[in-house]
Design a protein around this ligand. Structure first.
Ligand code: ADP
Ligand code: ZN
Length: 191
């Protein structure tokens, strides 16, 4: 006899900035919708800035998304008919996002999280490392290092054109800053 296949699992798409995480998240969302699945897309509203209600890739593709202020708000908005929950910029959520992804997957939802696995200092970022450990599927993407053309797993933070110091907060709203894709060897952090 057949063992009934049960749905629900966690997929994580990680990597540095410009590695194509949003592009890949959007690709998976579109394919699920083609298959007539009900998909809900969320992203964090990290501050009071204007939040366009979309996930947008640096290559220009986009899909509608609901900005939420907490992980709990995701739970409140996922109704029983939702098959797929996609969450972009997952590194910006508090640790409770982990529990919420687990609960959704346990009750049969395909959970797709995309986010940075390292901050600008090259250290594990927020809840992403824990999600990587708990996920059924992990995809680690790479950008192209702007210095040497190698595989870029890191995100170089530049403040006024210079490598940022490790003392600076990970999330800095309103600073004159820029980010670049760089490999391990070209990545610079001022101590
Ligand atoms: P992420 O969500 O990981 O930041 P996006 O999906 O927003 O990635 O952007 C991926 C796109 O970024 C690529 O398809 C490419 O058009 C563009 N891009 C810009 N700089 C780079 C780079 N250094 N390496 C690779 N892609 C880059
Ligand atoms: Zn390099």
């Amino acid at each position: 006899h057949h063992v009934r296949h049960r749905e629900g699992w966690i997929e994580v798409i990680c990597g540095g900035m410009f590695s194509g995480k949003s592009e890949e998240l959007i690709r998976r969302v579109r394919r699920a919708r083609i298959a007539k699945q009900k998909v809900a897309v969320f992203k964090p509203a990290i501050d009071d800035r204007y939040h366009p209600e979309a996930v947008t890739s640096h290559n220009g593709v986009h899909t509608a998304a609901v900005p939420v202020r907490s992980a709990k708000a995701i739970m409140e908005q996922v109704t029983d008919e939702v098959n797929v929950v996609a969450i972009d910029e997952v590194q910006f959520f508090e640790d409770e996002i982990v529990d919420i992804c687990q609960q959704l997957a346990d009750r049969g939802v395909r959970v797709i999280c995309a986010g940075l696995d390292q901050d600008f200092r090259g250290r594990p970022f927020g809840p992403t490392p824990t999600l990587l450990a708990l996920a059924e599927y992990v995809t680690k993407l790479h950008a192209i290092c702007v210095k040497c053309g190698g595989p870029a797993g890191r995100t170089q933070r530049l403040v006024n054109g210079k490598p940022a110091s490790s003392e600076e907060p990970v999330i800095q709203v309103g600073a004159e800053e820029q980010y670049e894709a760089r490999c391990r060897h070209c990545h610079e952090v001022v101590e």
